[in-house]
Write a protein that binds this ligand. Structure first.
Ligand code: NOJ
Length: 751
């Protein structure tokens, strides 16, 4: 027995070794080594690369636009053949369903080497560009759940739906730390804090990719946009980032590093430049930091036509050929949509400008990804239509929405009791398409539960529900009078206002954070009827709703809550769920306060005696702080223990505390841990989130919550731009929001 198994090991080792040396041709079944799923991926890549012409390698490095295989929006077989057989296209953007099957068949059956195509699509909150799929809350909404496990589940449900349409790659998660609420793409990400974005981004990567990329249900994730894309000028999309190396390292790179740590399979370079260097041509960022320093071995894709942008937008390349050179040298393996690689790389290699080993490295990464995804064995996807908008996924969409909603204000009016008649008012109360958020294709209205539907579904029997739109979001249609009439006749008015779906997401930014159109007027008019008002917000960014926050007794932030959003809002209004969402972005009181984050540097707090106040026309505080959100119950914090109180730089600190639900109903609390490195060689934020835990407690129940702080959480970027842990005192602050800190303690790091 022993001898037999050692013989087997010997044979496998010889085979593997000879694969690396490239001496194996075909096995007895006629399979070439790259076609043999039993051989190691590295060897398969090597074998396949050896068989490929330069042209074929460059074809793999192109992600073509879907328009190139369509005529009048219909699949065009002739164009498809030309691209797939003629150019050997490695990937297509935004094609899902039937057309993937036709293209894949050509690639697998009619090309010389049968290399399958990798299809990629934006599925940032469900497979939302695909008609009929499950639509989860937008990522900023989901981040308010502070629940990585839930986020992972939504991503794995999304992966199932995406894979069932022949697609194995999604351009998600967005890992841009959101710094300016005017920027439209903050709704696509996880808020303003680098630690939170890292944790939630990693959860999403795990959800998409699962434990085995080759499983039928897994898809490749893509961390984007490397880097500092969210550091805009004036909140505009596609604007240059002018930032220090310190800010880049402390604020923008950590979520990408974390994604790499958990094995993200691809990274997208951003449209923007950083300090004069566009990311798609940034060798330091892509090749040196990402690929060499962090040892990222997946594939790097450019953003949409951002290779071409190097010459026609940024003007750092002479022409398209020069753009191809810049991007490939920087380490961009695949070009999305533009055709610089396709048209010019061959010449650049033949002329000796670009070494062929760069092409081999890029193509090798793409092929490796295809092998890991199991595309050679199963090129067509899981093709199981029953997962699309399944009952299980709809339930998950409901749970996700329930946990994403943030109760901003409640002066005892919620949950609603004894309301026999309810007026549902507002332009977003019954607007299915504006409830889903960006990156959503056409979706059947009947799949979407609006707030009006949700209230009808969840209101106690015999409750009279009246509806009036009142006005449009943009103010074109105005029937505020009718709305006030129904409000007068009702016990309570639920006014649903906010932003249109196309006021956020790429590239839709705003200069104002006020409620658009006449919606403010609508809310005031309903309030003046004397009927108690609850404002429900459906929107893509923090809004300066100062008047509402001051005058309306209850305010609910629902964001773009997805297809089950209406049910979730109604459950919250009627007390069927207890709100648990917490803000992941600071709400300013005025656009003039931006940038406004909780993790600011200490100088912001400097109290200069009589000159203490900075703005003469507004206080410096936010409207609602980071981490804030109300519950229908109350939690007490106590019994903080920090062990040990002194430790060396490599040590770990264990923190524990008790949280008790002292209210009458069950509820969830997100316990937040903030740190302050009290004296350090460089300034550090007055508080930084370094841990969080969401727990559920029954009325009267107490739970012990534990955190462990490792050197990762304690380190700072020192004056030589190195991540180090410095000796000294660290203050620990634990609480229910960045402002509501209930427990404080400290520990010391010694040399
Ligand atoms: C441009 C966007 O910036 C990016 O996020 C997206 O993934 C690509 N287009 C593909 O749609």
């Amino acid at each position: 027995m022993k001898n037999k198994s050692s013989l087997k090991i010997l044979v496998v080792s010889i085979l593997t070794l000879s694969m690396f040396l490239g001496c194996v041709g075909e096995d007895e079944t006629g399979l070439k080594p790259y076609q043999d799923p039993n051989l190691p991926v590295e060897g398969r890549v090597k074998d396949l690369l050896k068989r490929m012409t330069l042209d074929e390698k460059i074809g793999q490095m192109w992600q073509a636009s879907p328009d190139l295989v369509r005529t009048y929006n219909n699949f065009d077989e002739e164009k498809a053949r030309k691209l797939v057989i003629g150019y050997g296209v490695g990937s297509f953007l935004s094609i899902a369903g039937e057309d993937t099957q036709k293209l894949q068949k050509i690639a697998v059956e009619e090309t010389r080497l049968g290399i399958p195509i990798l299809f990629g699509i934006d599925a940032i909150h469900g497979h939302a560009l695909y008609n009929g799929s499950t639509i989860f809350p937008m990522p900023l909404a989901l981040s308010s759940s502070w629940n990585p496990g839930l986020i992972e589940k939504t991503a794995s449900a999304t992966a199932k739906e995406v894979a069932s349409t022949g697609v194995k790659w999604t351009f998600s998660p967005i890992l841009d730390v959101a710094r300016d609420p005017r920027w439209g793409r903050i709704i696509e990400g996880f808020g303003e804090d680098p630690y939170l974005v890292s944790q939630l981004g990693a959860a999403k990567v795990r959800g998409y990719q699962g434990s085995d990329l080759s499983s039928q249900d897994s898809i490749l994730a893509c961390g984007k946009h490397l880097a500092a894309y969210s550091e805009t000028t004036g909140g505009r999309d596609y604007s240059p980032a002018d930032i220090s190396e310190r800010t880049l390292m402390e604020m923008f790179l950590p979520p990408f590093k974390e994604a790499v740590n958990v094995g993200v399979g691809s990274i997208m370079t951003s449209f923007n430049e950083i300090n004069g260097v566009p990311s798609t041509a940034n060798t330091d960022l892509v090749r040196n930091i990402l690929k060499d320093e962090w040892e990222f071995d997946g594939l790097v894709v450019s953003d949409y036509a951002s290779v071409r942008m190097l010459y026609d937008t940024h003007y750092v390349a002479e022409d398209l050929e020069d753009a191809a050179r810049c991007a490939v040298e920087a380490g961009v393996d695949m070009e999305m949509v533009s055709e610089a690689y396709m048209e010019h790389l061959e010449r650049l290699v033949i002329d000796g400008v670009v070494p062929e080993k760069l092409i081999d490295d890029a193509t090798g990464r793409i092929l490796k990804t295809k092998f890991l995804l199991g595309l050679f064995e199963n090129p067509y996807g899981s093709l199981d239509p029953s997962v699309i908008n399944s009952r299980q996924h709809r339930n998950l969409a409901l749970e996700a929405a329930e946990q994403s909603i943030v109760l901003l204000k409640n002066e005892g009016i919620l949950p609603l009791k004894d309301a026999r008649s309810i007026a549902v008012i507002g332009p977003l109360a019954d607007d299915p398409s504006n409830q889903l958020g960006g990156w959503t294709g056409d979706q059947p209205a009947e799949n979407v539960v609006t707030v009006l539907d949700g209230i009808k579904n969840n209101a106690p029997q015999r409750t009279k529900v009246r509806y009036s739109k009142g006005c449009d979001v943009l103010g074109e249609f105005d029937n505020i009078k009718k709305a006030t009439r129904i409000a007068r006749r009702s016990d309570v008015a639920i006014v649903v206002v906010g932003e249109l779906e196309n006021m956020s997401s790429e590239p839709n930014c705003r200069v104002s954070l006020n409620l658009p159109g006449n919606q403010g007027e609508l809310v005031r008019a309903i309030h003046h009827t004397g009927t108690p008002v609850v404002v429900v917000l459906i929107n893509g960014r923090p809004l300066t709703i100062n008047w509402i926050a001051e005058n309306i007794p209850a305010v609910v932030e629902a964001w773009f809550p997805g297809q089950e959003g209406g049910n979730a809002v109604a459950e919250l209004l009627f007390g069927k769920i207890n709100p648990s969402g917490k803000l992941t972005m600071t709400f300013p009181k005025s656009v003039g306060q931006i940038p406004l984050h909780y993790n600011h540097y200490p100088q912001k707090n400097w109290d200069h005696g009589k000159y203490g106040k900075r703005y003469v026309d507004i206080e410096d505080e936010p409207l609602f702080p980071f981490g804030y959100g109300l519950s229908y119950t109350k939690f007490d914090y106590g019994n903080l223990k920090i062990i040990p109180s002194k430790i060396d730089k490599k040590g770990e600190i264990r923190i524990s505390l008790d949280v008790k639900n002292v209210g009458k109903i069950r509820g969830d609390e997100t316990v937040q841990l903030y740190l302050n490195d009290v004296v350090s060689s460089v300034t550090t934020p007055s508080k930084e989130l370094k841990g969080f835990k969401k727990i559920t407690l029954n009325s009267g129940e107490k739970k012990n919550v534990k955190f462990t702080l490792t050197p990762n959480e304690l380190s700072l970027v020192d004056r030589s731009m190195e991540w180090v842990v410095e000796p000294g005192i660290f203050e620990v602050m634990i609480g229910s929001s960045s402002e509501d800190l209930r427990l404080k303690g400290s520990f010391e790091i010694i040399e």
